[in-house]
Design a binder for this molecule. Sequence first.
Ligand code: ACO
Length: 434
Amino acid sequence: MKSETVTITDNSTGKSIECPVLRGTYGPPVIDTAGLYKGLGMFTLDPGFVTTASCRSAITYLDGEKGILLHRGYPIEQLAEQSSFLEVSYLLIHGELPTKEQFEEYETQIKKYNMVHEHLMRFFNGYRYDAHPMSVMVGVTGAMASFYHEEVDVKNPEDRLKIAYRLIAKMPNIASKTYKHGIGQPFIYPDNSLGYVENLMNMMFAIPSEPYELHPKAVSALDKLLILHADHEQNASTSTVRLSGSSEANPLAAISAGIATLWGKAHGGANEAVLHMLEEIGDPKNVSKFVARAKDKNDDYRLMGFGHRVYKNYDPRATIISKACHEVLDEMDPHSELRPLMEIAMELEEIALKDDYFIERKLYPNVDFYSGIILRALGIPTSMFTVFFAMARSAGWIANWLELMEDPDFRIGRPRQLYIGSEKRDYVPIDKRG
Ligand code: ACO
């Protein structure tokens, strides 16, 4: 059978090369341009990697036009409805859903690793009480690399799996300590009689002086939220983890780089920005004023929680989360301060979805539009929102790191550039410069 190729011709020299066209299970075909420099002496330029596949991956598939998101082939809707975050993390890491025995063994391992070294606790105290939790997460996760540096041989599959389990196990512990440090409460240790999400909530909200009662609805809403954020293909933070990992850096240091990337408001920081935006809007009657600002070419204001690099139809996670958000609010006190925010969010969604500006640019609410409201309803402060995202996305990051380390094409990531600086020139001593 004739293999598929694309011919790329340099019109200035008439020289051509044939580039293989690769087809995956789904998605557009991909042109393999690896031979371009050798054949034509050229690079490709694609700012923001809009049309560049950076790797082969079997973890997650998403179709932004059709609003499809699959993890290892399983639709996100089914996982959110029927699975748990812990099971999804197993699926992402191992590629298959676990049997009952495999899941029990996994849960036992995760519980075994969920403590953090006592010396790691001291890192929290180095931060001011008002440090942004994402800054603490970047630092403490990076610091954790030093605790496991000698025993992680990145070339050894057993070491790799062990550090992956350690990461999944310790993230709730680190996240909750980040919170406790900020509010000045004592750290709560993991309690292995509790499930993964229950343990997380207990470490966040329990205090030593009185019992803490877990609300099953809150646990299941948070579990769902973690599933929805667990992985999302080659986004900015996952690509960062892969690029750091490609130098054979300590995987926890690579995860710390991923957390730093996630922090930005164009990425994971959007859930925090959405809440600030809703509070700033203040009343449903002000929505149209803010929509007008978002549309104004001379104003760089954007509606947070709207738009996505890949989803140009709707974000399937937003559909699930919007439903969960209404459920959580229905459970809550009717006088909750969140109801007005929810009303503003609904008004904003309605106005924007009917507006030509948003329709033409295919700007729909993304997962972060509603996730902040759920987190706030669960009593999680705004500055901690992205920490919860980071905790969930750790599963996707480490699954991608494991895949990278096993990739037969493994090599250090080293993008090229189009140099547009000065031509070569001679150094002029300072007293001779005009
Ligand atoms: N509000 C108003 N206008 C917008 C918005 C928005 N939220 N997002 C994009 N646009 C407009 C742009 O101004 C641009 O208009 P133009 O064509 O007239 O110049 C057009 O839509 C395309 O925007 P780009 O910036 O080119 O789109 P890109 O794919 O690079 O950006 C991004 C995607 C960063 C998510 C963007 O939509 C955005 O900033 N959204 C708000 C932040 C947000 O919610 N981020 C969360 C992303 S999801 C996640 O990380 C989990």
